[in-house]
Design a protein around this ligand. Structure first.
Ligand code: ADP
Ligand code: MG
Length: 499
């Protein structure tokens, strides 16, 4: 690929790293391995369940017994196609499985079945949003391949164990173009990709369980210069580590070049404890995988009508949902992005908007409540939205009570606390505990008169400085135990003070 760097507009999130010889730009491309969400493996019927007893989910195919033949799992293919469609990518109706040959104790076949020259999915893109810049990250390809087993090395040096439960589980390798220009952009890309996969239901995206991991390719250059030589950092397994790996690797490369050296293309490992990358193997030691088409498998041929059917079954994806939330509910881009980051929170929000018994409520106010009150509280307690003690219907009812003027925003927060701790119907709680807002003008006028009578000095001040009015509103609110309607108080005060 040639770099069209000179014409490439700079974006805010493409932060430069300053070195002794001036500013440097980092260039990143990612190869993400995503475990396909499927009950059975790519070429066998064995279970993919996580955390089973070692070697309990192993068929004769997975153990590479002589004479066993792979049979492709239709659901894994469908998941790859769905993912391709979700990445706005071209689906290749003919693709080929190849053998990638290498020796490792946890690879009993002596080769991994993968796709090389003819992958199932071609070019696509992922849109990310960093600091208000919308960046289109190119997807080069997506291919299907088998995962390997797992070697476990015991404390005592004589013992190593092999667990083949993961052997043969389907992976999608999603390769991006070198379109990313900072650690934050790389993190935003993986976060967004994970969100899309979760919406599609094609991968759990659980990095702690290792079902989403990234090979991070990093190079540096002077802005405007052609791409530099890249190093590939293998198997980085958290969003935070991806950011750290990019930063430390870029600085390592800058130091070498500024010292008069040059970068050798190599494969490196990120050590999170030390916060540095170290060499795993150089280009000279790179494997020759001797790829060739797997003679046990015919080329994979898909029918366009089947692909079309899968396309029809796709859910609304995060970008479309975000645009709809902004359009239909008047949400800010930021609020809409927060709500659509997880499908559960987007669904929860829409259930809040549907409201309680009194019907639909204002979307903006609903979004405020979900993001500030509910998410704030869930975070504090370390709870997921699925475990929220307050249901969407309950928040909808609280928002409805505010909108109708039945309770003030302040009382609504108390009400939220009660519902969080005790449950119950917000409308009934407001009735039985006398939490209704006082809009009765007579009662409010009396309260206002009291405050005015007690504070003649403040009355003089407010006439010169009308912003002091807030102090009076606050006093009346306090006297009413938060139940006075602030707007009504404001109006009465203005009339009585003549401002
Ligand atoms: P290979 O075939 O050797 O694996 P690819 O062209 O497939 O190489 O690239 C692998 C990954 O490396 C891709 O994600 C790509 O975006 C990224 N990449 C390629 N060139 C560079 C570069 N100069 N700097 C950073 N990343 C790069
Ligand atoms: Mg590659």
């Amino acid at each position: 690929m040639t770099a069209s760097a000179a014409t490439e507009p700079r974006r805010k999130s493409a932060s430069l790293i300053s070195g002794a010889t001036g500013d440097w730009e980092v260039v990143i491309g990612l190869e993400v391995h995503a475990q396909v969400n499927s009950r059975a493996k790519l070429f066998s019927g064995a279970s993919t369940e996580f955390g089973s007893a070692p070697n309990s989910n192993v068929s004769l195919v997975d153990a590479a017994m002589p004479g066993m033949l792979p049979v492709i799992n239709r659901e894994c293919v469908a998941q790859a196609v769905r993912t391709g469609l979700g990445l706005k990518a071209g689906i290749n109706l003919v693709s080929v499985f190849d053998r990638k040959n290498y020796f490792y104790p946890d690879l009993p076949q002596g080769y991994q079945i993968s796709q090389y020259k003819q992958p199932i999915v071609g070019e696509g893109e992922v849109e990310i949003d960093v600091d208000g810049d919308v960046i289109r990250v190119g997807i080069e390809r997506l291919h299907l391949e088998q995962d390997a087993g797992k070697s476990i090395h015991d404390q005592s040096p004589e013992h190593s164990f092999v667990d083949l439960n993961r052997s043969g589980v389907a992976l999608m390798e999603i390769v991006s173009r070198p379109d990313l220009r900072s650690a934050r952009e790389a993190q935003a890309y993986v976060t967004k990709l994970r969100t899309i996969l979760r919406y599609l239901g094609t991968c759990d995206g659980d990095m702690e369980k290792g079902n989403l991991r990234a090979d991070v390719n990093v190079s540096v250059r002077k802005p405007g210069a052609p791409f530099g030589t890249r190093c590939e950092i293998k198997n980085v397994n958290s969003i935070r580590f991806i950011g750290q790996a990019v930063e430390t690797e870029a600085r390592r490369q800058i130091a070498i070049i500024e010292d008069g050296g040059r970068i050798d293309q190599e494969t490196r490992l990120f050590d999170p404890q030390k916060g540095e990358t170290r060499s795993m193997r150089s280009k000279e030691e790179a494997h020759d995988y001797r790829y060739f088409p797997d003679p046990d498998l015919l080329p994979l041929e898909l029918e366009q009508s089947w692909v079309d059917e899968l396309a029809k079954g796709l859910p609304e994806l995060p970008d479309a949902k975000r645009a709809r939330f902004m359009d239909a509910y008047g949400l800010s881009p930021y609020d809409a992005a927060v709500l659509v980051a997880e499908r559960e929170s987007a669904d929860y929000f829409e259930a809040v908007v549907a409201g309680g018994k009194a019907g639909p409520v204002d979307g903006k106010l609903a979004a405020n409540w979900v993001i500030n009150e509910l998410f704030g509280r869930l975070n504090k307690e370390g709870l997921e939205i699925g475990k929220s003690p307050v249901s969407a219907g309950q928040i909808g009812a609280i928002v409805g009570l505010i909108t109708s003027g039945t309770i003030s925003g302040k009382i609504a927060k108390d009400l939220f606390e009660i519902v969080w701790a005790e449950g119950g119907d917000p409308v009934t709680i407001v009735e039985t505990r006398g939490m209704k807002q006082v809009t009765d003008t007579g009662a409010l006028e009396k309260a206002v008169d009291d405050i005015i009578a007690k504070n003649p000095d403040k009355v003089e001040q407010v006439k010169a400085k009308p912003t002091m009015l807030g102090w009076f509103v606050g006093q009346v609110m306090k006297a009413s135990g938060g139940k006075a309607n602030p707007q009504a108080v404001n109006d009465i005060l203005k009339a009585k003070l003549g401002i």
